[in-house]
Design a protein around this ligand. Structure first.
Ligand SMILES: [Ca+2]
Length: 355
């Protein structure tokens, strides 16, 4: 009799601990869901619906209770007590197994298409781009161009370096450069059309990856964006001052280049972190060449059409005076020459233009 009471007590303890274990397992599962959601790369995880966690909790609880009552049934049989207690335990066991089966079936059915619907309707599309590495955020602002204020009303990003031959070849599958002995050298001998094609492919790739939302694109900087970023808040001839005493620290030009371009990033950057913005290779801009408008302007992008495209910044085969922040040069967009390259901007989609 003493042994019988002890075994009944043990059974109750085991049943209580089983319920506690089930509940603690589900609390753990509940805590794990948000971590899984954050791990998804594009933030497309669906937020768990209300009551989603209750179904597995109830199902598992019912299963554990039924299993423990089954053990109780076996224990009763062992004591040859096959009367009403055994039948009652058998009935409770069967009912709870049915409840567990029903809840699990409901949970599986609701976790399929319903989750997909929830994802589509509850997760907002990405609205801000994830820039590629080595892009510098250029905040909106105003600078003076020929004494006229030019305002850029929206932030944009500009490449920290000129586009290298390695980058160009990875995207376009070819390298048009004249000096091909170093893949970290700036790509040159690229036409304006080559540069635009590179930006278009990059935009397509980044958009497919989910990092570039509609409304943004990789493109050439406008002439105003290029000069604003080059000046970096300065009003001097160069972003490093008005004299060329220290020019060797900042730019590859005819004076120090030994008649060739050099791998990007070897000289000191301008105040906003842009390397080789003076010298090394000239850099294509988006604009057709034309006279600047008189008076204040906002977000200018050049004449609507023309025959020559602008490039800026000076290069390895020209004297330092051609690398001034305000200096500009131009060439037919189909021409490529071994001292002209480009750097990429990331910004809002530009309005349609010709071409
Ligand atoms: Ca340059």
């Amino acid at each position: 009799m003493i042994n019988f009471e002890n075994r009944r007590s043990n059974l109750k303890e085991r049943r209580r601990s089983a319920i506690d274990r089930v509940l603690s397992m589900n609390v753990g599962a509940r805590a794990a869901r948000p971590r899984d959601s954050r791990a998804l790369p594009t933030g497309r995880a669906s937020r768990p619906r209300s009551g989603q966690f209750m179904v597995p909790i109830l199902a598992r609880s019912a299963w554990w209770l039924s299993m423990n009552w089954a053990r109780e049934l076996a224990f009763s049989r062992e004591l040859r007590n096959t009367g009403s207690r055994a039948w009652l335990a058998l009935l409770r066991c069967g009912l709870l197994m049915l409840v567990a089966f029903f809840l699990v079936a409901c949970d599986r059915r609701s976790s399929g298409p319903a989750n997909q619907t929830g994802t589509a309707s509850s997760v907002p599309a990405r609205v801000e781009p994830v820039p590629m590495t080595n892009m510098v955020l250029i905040k909106a602002g105003t600078f003076l161009r020929l004494r006229h204020p030019v305002t850029l009303s929206r932030d944009f990003w500009l490449g920290k370096y000129e586009v290298t031959q390695r980058q160009f070849e990875e995207v376009m599958g070819k390298n048009p450069s004249h000096f091909k002995d170093d893949p970290n050298g700036p790509v040159e001998k690229v036409s304006y059309f080559d540069a635009v094609a590179y930006c278009s492919v990059l935009t397509k790739l980044e958009r497919e990856s989910g990092r570039l939302p509609v409304g943004y694109e990789y493109r050439l900087p406008t002439e105003a964006e290029w000069e604003y970023a080059c000046r970096a808040g300065t009003t001097n001839f160069f972003s490093f001052g008005d004299t060329v005493t220290n020019a060797n620290q900042y730019a590859w030009t005819w004076e120090n280049s030994e008649d060739r371009p050099h791998p990007v990033g070897q000289k000191l950057p301008n105040p906003w972190g842009l390397h080789d913005i003076h010298g090394n290779v000239w850099e294509w801009c988006l604009d057709w060449f034309g006279n600047f408008p008189e008076g204040p302007v906002q977000d200018p992008s050049g004449p609507p059409a023309g025959k020559l495209k602008v490039f800026r910044g000076g290069g390895w085969n020209n004297e330092i005076k051609f690398a001034r922040s305000a200096n500009r040069f131009m060439m037919a967009p189909s021409n490529g020459i071994y001292f002209v390259g480009f750097r990429v901007a990331l910004g809002h989609t530009s309005p349609p233009r010709n071409p």
